[in-house]
Write a protein that binds this ligand. Structure first.
Ligand code: HAM
Length: 433
């Protein structure tokens, strides 16, 4: 019986792992450059952690199970609840600001599609313990720095909004703040639903006050300044939100990333816990879903019975980033990295060859050799197929003069070098060619 991998799950063959490692290296490099510390959590949590505050959208996509003690668990569909739980548990001991990053593997029972899988990795960047929109701006700057780092700086735009600002704007067309949770969830799905399906779902709840068509044009056409004015006039909370948004906008300029950001009233995000800024990264061209999504969540630790610790951050999936790179023909060329391939020209010298291999490896070089005693030509072919940068041949010269032939496969140059010199400082010997 032939069994395939389940739908939406991936096998990572070595070439896939090379790409994965390249992506993770870039994520880690950028995180560290911005002063973030890495953390991890468990792959599954008590089901309650997610039902508590992630919102319907994610809860309907959970992979859940019971253990033998009848306890209910779910494989994590996102990291933010785990992060909030971890921070809440040590809220008073952790030095502020808490700037943490993680690259967790997670699962969602989604319908697999372009850039959306059932199992994926998601880079998480979060700052906790800071109310200042400076933190919101810095996490957005991290995302933009990453897109620039991998050559997507001009291909991606960050859509930016603020939930309290949308809330004030929606109030002007008859949607009360108490109704926001459901309204945000529907607006978030607007781009993914057919116009007919959206109309039906929206009109069923809010049609008596504002039709789906009017809502859509209101969201698309109201400019940033008008929305901020609406918020300013909506009372002290709205005024504070408008001011925070303006500070955020200025800080984005200070970080040199404002050019990559656009205000977009339709961007409200589907998760229930966001309380302030919300943002998403999208490809400027093509219909790929969001590459990154995040926002400010100031009440999440409080919901977990911890002290209130404000937070802001984002998640970015590996699958949509790789998908966009592929579409734009910008995937990196990643050859198998091998420093040296050692060739034995005479099988009597094989033990000597292995001893050289051992010596080179002890000097932290990446070294391989042929498992079979075959001709020199074939071994050269193997070296080239493995992407080796140098070949060292152990042959006649070794027997006669204790020398080895070293060839630089990139330049084609070759030279004889005393074996002692190679054994003593192989890196210097190789670099001399
Ligand atoms: P989210 O919008 O559910 O937010 O996901 C964020 C990103 O994760 C998406 O923009 C996408 O890149 C990636 N992603 C989501 N689902 C999939 C999937 N099925 N396959 C591949 N990639 C996917 C959150 O998860 C929030 N917890 C993010 C956050 C962190 N907010 C604050 N801090």
């Amino acid at each position: 019986m032939k069994i395939q991998s389940p739908p939406g799950m991936r096998d990572f063959y070595p070439e896939d792992m090379r790409l994965q490692n390249w992506l993770f290296d870039a994520w880690r490099r950028v995180s560290l450059a911005f002063g973030f510390n890495e953390y991890e959590g468990p792959i599954f949590e008590y089901l309650d952690l997610f039902t508590l505050k992630s919102g319907e959208g994610i809860v309907s996509e959970l992979f859940t199970f019971q253990d033998r003690g009848q306890r209910n668990f779910a494989i994590r569909p996102e990291m933010t609840p785990t992060l909030a739980r971890m921070v809440a548990a040590r809220a008073n001991a952790l030095p502020r600001p808490i700037k943490w990053f993680s690259i967790p593997r997670m699962c969602r029972a989604e319908k697999p599609q372009r850039g959306r899988l059932r199992e994926f990795f998601q880079w998480n960047i979060d700052v906790l313990g800071v109310e200042d929109p400076l933190a919101d701006a810095e996490v957005i700057a991290v995302a933009v720095a990453f897109f620039r780092e991998i050559g997507l700086g001009l291909d991606v735009v960050i859509h930016l909004n603020s939930r309290p600002v949308v809330s004030a704007a929606l109030a002007t067309i008859g949607i009360a703040p108490e109704e926001n949770e459901r309204a945000f969830e529907l607006i978030d799905r607007h781009d993914r639903l057919s116009p007919g399906a959206f109309r039906e779902m929206w009109d069923e709840v809010y049609g008596d006050r504002v039709s789906a068509a009017n809502l859509t044009s209101f969201l698309a056409e109201t400019p940033q300044e008008t929305c901020l004015e609406m918020a300013q006039q909506a009372g002290p909370e709205g005024a504070a939100a408008a001011e925070q948004f303006q500070v955020l906008w200025q800080r984005l300029a200070d970080f040199g990333v404002q050019d990559s950001c656009e205000f977009r009233l339709q961007t409200v995000r589907g998760l229930a816990y966001y309380t302030g800024s919300v943002f998403e990264a999208h490809a400027r061209q093509g219909g790929l879903r969001a590459l990154m999504g995040g926002g400010r969540y100031d009440n999440l630790t409080g919901l977990l019975d911890g002290p209130r610790v404000p937070g802001v951050g984002f998640g970015m999936g590996d699958a949509p980033v790789v998908e966009l790179l592929r579409e734009l023909n910008k995937l990196p060329r990643l050859d198998c990295e091998l420093d040296v391939f050692v060739i034995d020209a005479d099988s009597d010298l094989f033990s000597e060859s292995l001893s050289l291999v051992d010596n080179l490896r002890r000097h932290n070089l990446r070294v391989d050799f042929s498992y079979k005693r075959i001709g020199v030509g074939k071994q050269f072919k193997q070296a080239a197929a493995r992407g080796a940068r140098y070949v060292i041949v152990m042959g006649e010269e070794f027997t006669k003069r204790q020398e080895l032939t070293v060839k630089n496969l990139t330049t084609g140059e070759q030279q004889s070098i005393p074996v002692e010199q190679i054994r003593r400082d192989p890196k210097a010997a190789l670099e001399s060619i």
